[in-house]
Design a protein around this ligand. Structure first.
Ligand SMILES: [Fe+2]
Ligand SMILES: [Fe+2]
Length: 312
């Protein structure tokens, strides 16, 4: 990993620490305690030694099953995300490290509740799932932000919102009320995480607007969901897009634009030349995404693949 000349000094995090403390306290005040076991239909459970898993057992199938698998394996990679978040924010003994630990603890519940649900309901082959988890964690995940903490924060803001929508739509697509309730619960967590990162970057935009804008644009242009290591990820992501669970239109209109507009990126004044150039690049990129989304929508209009309606 190279150190970018755009990278803000470590002192920026120190300068942002009072904002981080305010946002952490606000988060803790808003977050609701919840328990994975309250969401699991244990009455459906049977012993695997008496009745091994067989492919006819899952009640969900096709894209719904694929989306659950991808979403759980993505949550499973928490050790990598913790390492990355700790690398970015882990210094000191104040609000930043407290956020890192709180966030990690909350994220841990997501894989717990998803795995418990999938194993008890037998909705996914538990052997394949565990082998995929082993593979996923050994591939691990690195976010190449060039050592630029602002870019790292931009990434997690977009990523949390993307995950929120992907989880929510996976629950809706499954047509299983139990799964839908679980996914809505996780999505509520992801939303609060997004709000923390969005607002800490909002605070950074006030301190170093030009550097922050450049970091945001660099991240938007390079953004990728963390799916490497999931067997057949590209094929699975394509199926998830065709089903309307997460596609380019959602990414542009429901993830990128709401956050960029919240930051008022296109209204900021007094930026330096490099940040102005980056803003031009961002506008071009959003246009390209729009064109790609239109092409995809035209293709899907002629396809027989069932899609879920956009969330209201
Ligand atoms: Fe999560
Ligand atoms: Fe999250």
């Amino acid at each position: 990993m190279t150190t970018s000349t755009l990278a803000p000094p470590r002192s920026l995090l120190t300068e942002l620490e009072p904002a981080a403390e305010f946002l952490l306290n606000r988060h803790v005040g808003m977050a609701q305690e919840w328990f994975p076991h309250d969401f699991i239909p244990y009455s459906l459970g049977r012993d695997f030694d008496k009745e091994p898993w067989t492919p006819e057992q899952p009640r969900i199938s096709g894209v719904a099953q694929i989306a659950f698998e991808v979403n759980l394996l993505t949550e499973d990679n928490l050790p990598s995300y913790h390492r990355e978040i700790h690398r970015m924010f882990g210094g000191g003994d104040g609000a930043w490290i407290n956020w890192v630990n709180r966030w990690t603890a909350e994220e841990g519940r997501h894989a717990i509740v998803l795995r418990d649900y999938l194993v008890v309901t037998r909705n996914i082959d538990p052997y394949a799932l565990e082998r995929s988890r082993m593979n996923q964690l050994q591939v691990a995940y690195n976010h190449d932000d060039g050592g630029n903490v602002l870019r790292g924060i931009a990434y997690v803001a977009f990523q949390e919102l993307a995950t929120r929508i992907s989880h929510r739509n996976t629950g809706r697509y499954s047509a299983d009320p139990v799964a839908d309730r679980i996914m809505a619960r996780i999505a509520a967590d992801e939303n609060l995480h997004m709000v923390f990162y969005r607002d800490i970057l909002g605070a950074a935009l006030k301190i170093q607007p030009s550097r922050a804008v450049q970091a945001i644009v660099a991240e938007v242009v390079a953004f990728e969901m963390p799916g490497n290591g999931i067997p057949g990820f590209l094929r699975k992501a394509a199926a998830i897009a065709k089903a309307g669970i997460y596609d380019i239109r959602i990414h542009r209109d429901e993830v990128l634009l709401p956050i960029l507009n919240h930051w008022k990126i296109f209204e900021l004044t007094g930026l330096d030349a490099a940040a102005e150039a980056a803003r031009g690049q961002l506008a071009e990129h959003l246009d390209k995404l729009d064109a790609a989304a239109k092409r995809f929508e035209e293709k899907m209009a002629m396809s027989a693949t069932p899609r879920i309606a956009r969330a209201g």
